[in-house]
Structures are given as C-alpha cells and as structure tokens.
Design a protein around this ligand. Structure first.
Ligand SMILES: C[S@@+](CC[C@H](N)C(=O)[O-])C[C@H]1O[C@@H](n2cnc3c(N)ncnc32)[C@H](O)[C@@H]1O
Length: 196
C-alpha cells in the first residue's frame, strides 16, 4: 500500500485536487442517471464525489489509503447528515473486501498508477464490479494546453481496459478536471467502461 505518502498530502490544508465540491463531470453523470445500485468510489480522498452521490440517495462506499482523507470525509458526512461508508482499502487489492458494485468511480486515481501497476489495478477493479456494471474513469488527458500531472492518452486507456482484462470501453470523451491550480480545470478524459 502506498498510503503514507498519500496521507501526507492531506496534512497541510487541501491537496491540489481537493476542490471542496464534486467534480462537475461526476455531478453531470449523476444528474443524467449514470450511477445505479451499490457504488464504489476508488481513491475517494475527502469524499466530495461520494458525498454528492449519497446526497442523491445512492448507497456509496468510498475507499482510500489515506486515513487523514477518510477522517475528513467522515466528518463531512456527519456534518451534512449523510450516510456514506468510508473505509481504508488498497485499490490494487479490492478483491480483499469481498464485495461487489454496480457502478465504480475512479476520479483521479488511474493516472497515478504507472504502466507496471495498471494491469493489477484493472484486475482489482474487475474483481469488485458486477457483470454489466459500469466504471467511470476521470483522469488527466494528454490533449490540450496546461495538462495536469501524469496525463494519460486515449490509447493508454484502451490498452488497459479491453476484453482480455474483462472490460469494454463504451466511450472516451474529452472533459475537464477541476484542481486548485487551474482556473477552468485541466484537460481530462471521461471514460465509460463496461464490465463484461
Ligand atoms: C488525485 S487524488 C483524488 C481524490 C478524490 N477522488 C478526488 O477527486 O478528490 C487520488 C486519491 O487516491 C488515493 N490513493 C492512491 N493510491 C491508492 C491506492 N493504492 N488505493 C486506494 N487509494 C489510493 C490517494 O490517497 C488520493 O486520495
């Protein structure tokens, strides 16, 4: 688990990605009815996306390796009177939870894994996603000015998620990821991926 370095990024005020509200792309997907059934937010950070989905009545588990982020997420849930489960778990070993989800969200986690880690991460996601379930990956993209760190190409997404790894890419669309350092967000891909 790569928990300690990640935890440190939550010690001195909000991390660069911690914008204090759900990502617009996630809120839009939710408004369009894109989330159903049990939802997993992998690498949930301080929980804004998970909390937003819970506020819409969805059943959500947010997992992260950063205990400090999870403590902040739990405090926000209590303050807002929302029921959301937040737990420590390594996204590279999700099968250890012994649970299944109809919809999985990865907002900013995929692009933090290097090429060697990705096959394990993709298999870990597959192990907890129901057949016909949907995975959304919102990650920095390599197309457009002022990219975020570790931008990903569309080809990298397609190489990672394919029938041999248990997935079929339904759509990859250009979007934005809001950060504390981009006025109008950074270029992103929003990938909709089906478990087969
Ligand atoms: C860029 S942040 C995004 C956080 C959150 N999704 C958001 O949009 O604010 C990536 C998150 O993934 C978490 N993370 C990194 N490696 C992880 C792993 N192996 N398992 C679970 N969480 C991990 C980090 O602690 C961090 O909170």
């Amino acid at each position: 688990m790569t928990g300690l370095p990640w935890d440190a990024s939550y010690h001195d005020g909000p991390a660069p990605w911690d914008v204090g509200r759900p990502q617009p792309a996630v809120a839009r997907l939710a408004a369009e009815g894109g989330f159903a059934g049990a939802v997993l937010d992998a690498g949930c950070g301080t929980g804004e996306n998970a909390l937003h989905l819970a506020s819409l009545g969805l059943s959500v588990l947010g997992v992260d390796v950063a205990e400090t982020a999870l403590a902040i997420a739990r405090a926000k849930a209590a303050e807002r009177g929302l029921e959301v489960e937040f737990a420590v778990a390594d996204a590279l070993q999700l099968e250890r939870m012994g649970r299944r989800f109809a919809t999985v969200l990865d907002c900013g986690l995929f692009h933090s894994f290097d090429g060697e880690e990705r096959p394990g991460y993709v298999a870990s996601l597959a192990s907890v996603t129901e057949r016909d379930g949907t995975l959304y990956v919102l990650c920095f993209s390599d197309v457009g000015p002022d990219p975020g760190p570790h931008p990903v190409s569309e080809e990298e997404l397609r190489a990672a998620f394919n029938p041999s790894s248990g997935w079929k890419v339904a759509a990859i669309e250009a979007d934005r990821v809001q950060t504390r350092f981009h006025d109008d967000g950074a270029p992103a891909w929003l990938a909709t991926i089906k478990r087969i």
